[in-house]
Design a protein around this ligand. Sequence first.
Ligand code: SAM
Length: 437
Amino acid sequence: MPSHHATGTKPPPEAFDLSGEFRKYIGKRVSYATHGIHKYPAKFIPQIPRYCLEAYSEVGNDVLDPFMGSGTTLLESYISGRNSYGIDIHPLARLIAKVKTTPLDPEVLSSLGDRLLEDIREDDEDRTEWIPEIPNREHWFRPNVLTELARIKKNVWAMRKGNYQDFFRICFSSIIRRVSNSDNDSLIPEVTSFQRKLDEQGKTSYDALARFENTVKNKLLDAADLWHLSEEVKKKFRDPPEVKIIGRDARDIDLDDGTIDLAVTSPPYASAVHYVSVHKLEMFWLDMITETAKLDGRVVGTARAYLPQYQSWEPRTRIGGLKDVLAQLRAKDKKSAFVVNKYFDEMRKNLCETNRVLKRNGRYCIVVGENTFRKVRIPTYEIIASIAQLAGFELERTFVFDVINRHLDIPRWNDSRIEKDHILVLKKKRDTVCDSL
Ligand SMILES: C[S@@+](CC[C@H](N)C(=O)[O-])C[C@H]1O[C@@H](n2cnc3c(N)ncnc32)[C@H](O)[C@@H]1O
């Protein structure tokens, strides 16, 4: 482990262990209301942002999650009476976060659902023009599944645009992976021999219409939970909290200087979760992408890099811990070192931007652990803590807790692993001046 002397930072205050605090929530209590409205990789359990919200903000404060993913922080902010702002590069994440945090009248939703399901059942026209272009489409979907999905899509898309339709778009998205040929347990879609074996044993169902009906019924219950919660929120807080999804890029935040009380996030890791690939089938069906490369290139932590970018690049940084990591990776191959350096430089941009929008003494709680890449251990939390100090923060304290596997998906391919988690509590001490790593 690199010494703090070597990283040029002061030693962090002793870490406080929250494992017991979070372990008791494993199970149902992490997916109440709409927290489980759609799958999303590397979600954190709601109790984590909730802990930060209660410790470092007050009712009526403004909270930001610049890598909001499926919107866990936003929903917890809403429930606890804070206004929240969310940002994510991933279009499906933005839709999930929106539906997760928008209370909908259960009666209206239920009657719209009944009508929609009836329309789908009675629709006997050829809807093949609704099937999107997907690379290797026939590899991913059986012909009858394509036809059924097209029929569902046509009828969902025929609804009036807005919050209610978005709820049904999420229901539609939720069944895509289940009726595809991909192994449901793989993080990234893949057709496995295990899945084929299940098919042969008749243990899989490709009935998209039945699955959609079931999904709508189940998600109506989640939506009703959120509605009831929102009634309580309205009673409890004089000014109902607002939730706003304000943008796409955590490196360029559309908020004024010094306006945010608290930021809470779990950022991506260098080359760990391939956020675009994980949900590419859903995004093709939702007309959110027509190819994956462009979006993938904009994700912080992307493993995508081209020879002209790193050919004449050489590692150079002031951060001791990063220097060690880059040297070890450079000895293996230049591209890996470049990719990891790029990740930390992008995190630097986010730290500078978040510093800018925070009020003085406002906190930025970052939930982050360590990972390995190409068999090199990357103490991501330590390096981020060092960069944060360049960006005008002081590391006020650190919490640690055991990674709860079931809820924080651990990528196991590409020899990247995430093992332990930390909550870095960064306090804005001065305006940001950092210009490079
Ligand atoms: C660990 S996930 C966040 C999960 C979230 N805490 C939750 O509970 O759902 C990290 C997120 O960062 C997003 N991301 C990656 N690059 C980004 C960028 N440049 N700007 C904003 N978000 C980005 C990814 O799309 C992903 O949703």
